[in-house]
Design a protein around this ligand. Structure first.
Ligand code: GLV
Length: 317
């Protein structure tokens, strides 16, 4: 049986499946391994089942033992792994697409609702007590009739677009390529960022973090939005230049943000904490039991498929 280092504790059902599929090394205390610990623990292993909290950069990958042939990431995103470095060492990298699209889209909608309808301020006031209802108390932005820009119309973006449309939003999107009409479902395509942002009363960031998307929201692009726009991010923090966004919030150019992901998690930029209208969550996108089990099972199946066939449908490098 193949020996696999599983860097984070999984839900019991998934650990049982891993034990049946290969010879796993579990992390029963769910310790956050340092890069050197991952290198040390993977000695003699055939593969690593990593998580988005493991920074598998070039230096780490270059020090992995030659026996490691696959890094199966327990996430759809793989910005934590240097794909090129892995490829150069003949290490396959896989991810877990599709199984988390529904759960993540739900959080994407929560971010839109939470930011537009001032949920952060509302929760704080309700907890504090003594709030006084009045005709203009905590007036928010209504979704019905509002334009939603979807940046990245993959599976998660499409699902968010479908739900948002059912809430009465008018959907615009930017993607590397225009979708077929059945996938578009009436959404309006923009072939460049400026064009999309300029019609986005609300933006939902759903694209992967890559070199091309890094800091796509920045000092320049934030100016493309209509005044008082709302920006939400269910994808990755790397897509946003935090200082530019926080400055735009402080200037009221941007009205509110809904964020589930951050640069340098869990240490989000403290500037966000000072902004009352910031509706912020601790990376909950895929956090439902069914989804986490499905993701872990897929990460296990990816390893199994790779060793049985020499390839894997979810290989990303
Ligand atoms: C979650 O953020 C994931 O990429 O799976």
């Amino acid at each position: 049986m193949k020996k696999i280092l599983i860097t984070r504790k999984l839900i019991k059902e998934s650990e049982d499946k891993a034990s049946k599929t290969f010879n796993p090394i579990f992390n029963s205390n769910d310790e956050l391994y340092s890069q050197s610990k991952v290198i040390e623990m993977s000695q003699g292993c055939d593969g690593i089942l990593s998580s988005l909290t493991d920074k598998m950069d070039k230096e780490t990958i270059n020090k992995l033992p030659d026996t490691v042939k696959i890094i199966s990431n327990f996430a759809v995103g793989f910005g934590n792994i240097d794909l090129e470095a892995a490829k150069k060492r003949g290490i396959a990298v896989t991810n877990t697409p599709e199984v988390l699209s529904d759960a993540t889209a739900e959080i994407g909608i929560l971010l839109i609702l939470g930011a537009c309808r001032r949920a952060a301020e509302g929760i704080e006031s309700a907890r504090e007590g003594g709030w006084k209802w009045s005709a203009d108390y905590l007036i928010g932005k209504q979704l019905t009739g509002t334009r939603l820009g979807v940046l990245g119309m993959g599976r998660i973006g499409q699902k968010i677009a479908r739900i948002a449309k059912s809430l009465g939003m008018i959907i615009h999107y930017h993607n590397r390529s225009k979708l077929s009409e059945d996938k578009e479902q009436g959404a309006i395509y923009h072939d460049n960022l400026k064009s999309l942002f300029s019609v986005s009363d609300v933006l939902s960031i759903c694209c992967p973090a890559t070199k091309e998307t890094e800091n796509m929201i920045n000092k320049e692009t934030v100016e493309y939005f209509p005044k008082g726009a709302v920006i939400t991010n269910v994808a990755r923090g790397d897509i946003v230049d935090d200082d530019a966004l926080i400055d735009a919030l402080n200037r009221r150019k941007i009205y509110a943000v809904g964020l589930d992901v951050y640069k340098n998690e869990p240490n989000l930029n403290p500037g966000y904490l000072k902004i009352k209208s910031a509706f912020i969550l601790p990376h909950l996108g895929s956090a439902t039991k069914d989804t986490r089990i499905a993701m872990a099972n897929l990460a296990i199946d990816n390893i199994d498929e790779f060793f049985k066939t020499g390839n894997c449908i979810n290989k990303v490098n």
